[in-house]
Design a protein around this ligand. Structure first.
Ligand code: UTP
Length: 225
C-alpha cells in the first residue's frame, strides 16, 4: 500500500462557501488510482476571517492561530462528509491517530494541529508519520514562481527545483502570521528536505495534472526533489 499525502488548500475547498462539487470530483479521480491518501485541509479565507476577528477582540497571535486552526478543522470535516466512504468519521486531532485511521481506511483527513505552523507543515509531518514518499500541494496557483505571479506577470515558473532552492524562496516569503500566504511554509520546506519527500505543486482544479502528480508522472506544475 502506497500513501500519497495531499495538502489541500482551503481556498479550493471553501472559496466562500464549501465547494462540494470540486471536492467530489477530486475524490472520484483519487479513487481511480491505486493509492491511499492522507489529506490535510487548509483554512483559506475562513481561517483569515476567524484569525482577523480574534485579533480585533485583542487575541494574541497564539489565539489567532487557534481560531484559524478551528477553520481548517471545519473545512476538514466538510471534506470527510463529502468523501463519505473509506474515511475516518471525525477530523483526526493528532498525527498518530491519523496514522492509526490510515490503517483502517483508504482516506484519512485532518486539519491544523498546533499554533505557529500551517497545514503545509502538518501535511509534511503527516507524510513523515505515515511513511509517505510523495506529497502534493494543491492550491489555486499552478506551481512555484520566482515572484508572486498575481502581482508580477513576468514571474517565471520553476518546473523542477532542488530542496535548497525552495528553502531559499520560502524563507524570503515567511512572515509567520495567522492567515498569511506563503509559497510553502518554511518549516514544511525544511521537513520535506530532511526526509527527501518528493513534493509536487499543481493547481488543484487541474485534475489531469493532479492525477499525474499523484502517480509521480511529469505534469505542468513544479516538482521539488
Ligand atoms: P492554512 O494552512 O490554511 O494557511 O492555515 P494558508 O497558507 O492560508 O493556506 P490556504 O489559503 O488554505 O491554501 C491557516 C492558518 O491556520 C493557522 C495559521 O495561522 C495559518 O496561517 N494554523 C494552521 C496553525 O496555527 N497551525 C496549524 O497546524 C495549521
Amino acid at each position: 500500500m502506497q500513501i500519497v499525502v495531499l495538502s489541500l488548500g482551503g481556498s479550493l475547498v471553501n472559496p466562500g462557501v464549501p465547494d462540494s462539487q470540486y471536492v467530489s470530483s477530486l475524490v472520484r479521480m483519487l479513487r481511480q488510482t491505486k493509492y491511499h491518501f492522507g489529506i490535510v485541509v487548509g483554512g483559506g479565507r475562513l481561517a483569515r476571517k476567524w484569525a482577523e476577528s480574534a485579533r480585533k477582540k485583542g487575541a494574541s497571535e497564539f489565539e489567532a492561530d487557534e481560531a484559524a486552526i478551528e477553520a481548517t478543522k471545519k473545512n476538514a470535516q466538510f471534506v470527510i462528509d463529502t468523501i463519505k466512504k473509506d474515511v475516518n468519521r471525525v477530523v483526526c486531532q493528532t498525527f498518530e491517530s491519523a496514522r492509526e485511521q490510515g490503517k483502517k481506511h483508504r482516506f484519512v483527513v485532518m486539519g491544523g494541529t498546533i499554533p505557529g505552523i500551517t497545514t503545509d507543515s502538518d501535511a509534511t509531518l503527516l507524510a513523515e508519520c505515515m511513511g509517505a514518499k510523495r506529497l502534493l500541494n494543491l492550491s489555486n496557483i499552478d506551481g512555484i514562481y520566482n515572484d508572486n505571479p498575481v502581482r508580477n506577470h513576468n514571474a517565471k515558473k520553476f518546473h523542477r527545483m532542488s530542496y535548497a532552492q525552495l528553502i531559499d524562496l520560502a524563507g524570503k516569503n515567511d512572515m509567520r502570521k495567522a492567515g498569511t500566504h506563503f509559497v510553502f511554509d518554511f518549516l514544511a520546506c525544511k521537513l520535506i528536505a530532511r526526509s527527501k519527500i518528493e513534493a509536487h505543486f499543481v493547481h488543484g482544479k487541474n485534475l489531469l495534472d493532479v492525477r499525474k502528480a499523484v502517480e509521480g508522472k511529469p505534469h505542468g506544475g513544479t516538482v521539488v526533489k
